[in-house]
Structures are given as C-alpha cells and as structure tokens.
Design a binder for this molecule. Sequence first.
Ligand SMILES: Cc1ncc(COP(=O)(O)O)c(C=O)c1O
Length: 366
Amino acid sequence: MNVPPIDLSRAHGRIASQLAERFAGIFQTTSFVLGPEVKELEEGFARFLGAAGCVGVGNGTDALVLALRALGLQRGDEVLLPAFSFFATAEAVLLLEGVPVFVDVEPTTLNLDPADAAAKVTAKTVGVLGVHLYGRPFDVTAIEALCARHELWLLEDAAQAHGATWQGRSVGTLGQLAAWSFYPTKNLGCFGDGGAVTGPDAGLLARVRSLANHGQAGRYNHLEVGTNSRLDSFQAAVLNCRLPLLAADNARRREIARSYAAGLAGVGDLRLLADPPGSAAVYHQYTVRTARRDGLQEHLRQQGITSSVHYPVALHQLPAMAPFGPQPAVPEAEAAAREVLCLPIFPEMTDDEVAAVVTGVRAYYR
Ligand SMILES: Cc1ncc(COP(=O)(O)O)c(C=O)c1O
C-alpha cells in the first residue's frame, strides 16, 4: 500500500461542489481582491478563535513581517525565537533588520525552552516570537510570565496550529499578535498561498490591515510605507469551505495520533513527543525521534510510505545565517534536526493507511 504524506486531492473532493459554486459567485461579482469571500473568512476565523479580529494577508511569511512591523520592531532589536522551526520564523525578523536570538527547545515538545529564553534576554530584547511547532502549543504560561517580567511583546507563529489550545485558550489570541499561514498543507489550508494575522487588540490589527494595503487609511491616503499583501478571493473561498470542517479534521488528526502513540510506544529507540498538561495539540505533523532516522525513512520508502523531515538543519546552522557571523551552539535544536521524522498524517487518511505505517515502523526495529 502506498501511503502519501498528505493527499490534497482527497481534501478537494470533499468540498468540490461547494467550491465550484463559490468560484462561480466570484466570477459573477468580479470581486477578485478583498471581496465578500475575504470578509467572510476574516469574520469566521476570528469567531472560531475568539479573536478580536483577523486580517487576511498574502502568506504566512508576510503575516510575520507585518505583525513585527505593527509591534514596532526596529533595526538591531533582538527577538527571542526557537532555533528549531521553519526558516520564515527567523527570516521575518531578518527582513526587518532585527536580530534573531536562537533559543533552545525542550526535548519532549521541541518547543521553546522557557529557561533558555530567560537566560538569553538582554537590554536589546524587545519580544518573543514563539512557534507552536507541529501544532503543539509552546509553554504559553511560562513565556507570558517572561514577557511580563521584561516588558516584552509576544508574537505567536501559529502557522502549524489552527485550532490548538493552551489551558482552554485558542492559540492566535494569546500574544499581542499571531501570524498564520494557509499554505495548502496546513491544518487550515487554501489551494495556493494565503495567510492571516489575528490577536486580541483591534488597534494593532488595524495597523496590520493598513500596512498590508500600502499603508492606506482610506483610498489614496497613504500614511506610511506599507506593502501589497492581500488575501485573494479564490483562496478565501477555499478557506470558507474548509473552516467548518476544521474542528472535525483536528479531531481525526488526534485520533490518528492516538493510534500512532499506541502502536509505537516502546518500539526500538523511538521517542514520541509529549503534550504538556492543559494543552490540546492539533497534530499538523506526527513527529518521532530516533537515532536511526535516515534508515527508518528509507525503510518506510521501500514499503511505499512517504515520511518527511521537518527540519533537517536548525535555523542558526543554515547557510543563510552565515553572513550574520558565528552563532552560539543550541544543542537540543541541533539534536532534533538529526533525529526527527514526521509520519504521514492528514484527516482523510484511512485506518488501513494508519495501520500500514505502524506496521512499517515496527518492522524496521524487528
Ligand atoms: C512555522 C512556520 N512559520 C511560517 C511559515 C511561513 O508561511 P508561508 O509559507 O505561508 O509563507 C510556515 C509555513 O511553511 C511555518 O511552518
């Protein structure tokens, strides 16, 4: 049996007829940019999260950059962020000539280690950019306390965590702002690029909305230099079809995660990640750790099972960081990059496919 890492044609099949109707509506109104589909998505996603508002933008990277601008990031400002994430997390800070300070991760969650974050605060630190990696919330309570102690802002990179909660509160509402990606493979994904910024503060969100539309406050009244980063109506239409399915899709991801945990606990040298008490992860990825990562991946490939490595290099060791000078070691993040393997997980996955993955992994260790 071939098991893909994700199958977006199955996702499309579930919404195809509704999506065709919405697309026909867009052609009828010719509202291609910032039309009713975008408004519906912004209102619906804000309601889903319990956020003060939602601003649709071009992609998750722009969402991060626009949020950092709204928070006032200046050249030379230091931002604490995890050394283990997708590059965009650090890239957004670098694009604004800020300084990413690479914090180590906890070995059991691969999320920000609050103690290491506290140790890396300096007089130049202005904020924390926390990532809810793989759909698992970082320790928001500890990071909020750190931010309060040092008067730092908290920006959530929620690109992998649509629907996750921390102590009953939705991620995306916990810091001053949150950045989302709707890249097709995300838990809430469109069929192209898309992103959003959410948060609890309507004033900051209004600033993001203006920055994303050329710094305008009303037509041709440009108050500052912004950019063009708007969510387009076709992508919003996809998201409007998929948002009502998100809660059930996340429940199915959790069910698959439970099957993996039951089938893989204690197998070989596998280490499964842990969900801290009070957190509800949404399993954007199901990630295991093993010293024999490359061998396991190749074994699975021979069985027709496609796994993936997110991410093979810690951020501070990427070639793109070389011009910024030597970066201090970040040991747990470096170990994670050597050991992680992400198994197939998507809501439309069948029980037979899940069982095939468990059997395939177990066979490698026999
Ligand atoms: C953690 C994280 N941050 C930021 C991004 C950037 O989002 P996008 O690809 O929509 O620009 C991604 C998406 O891949 C991500 O996984």
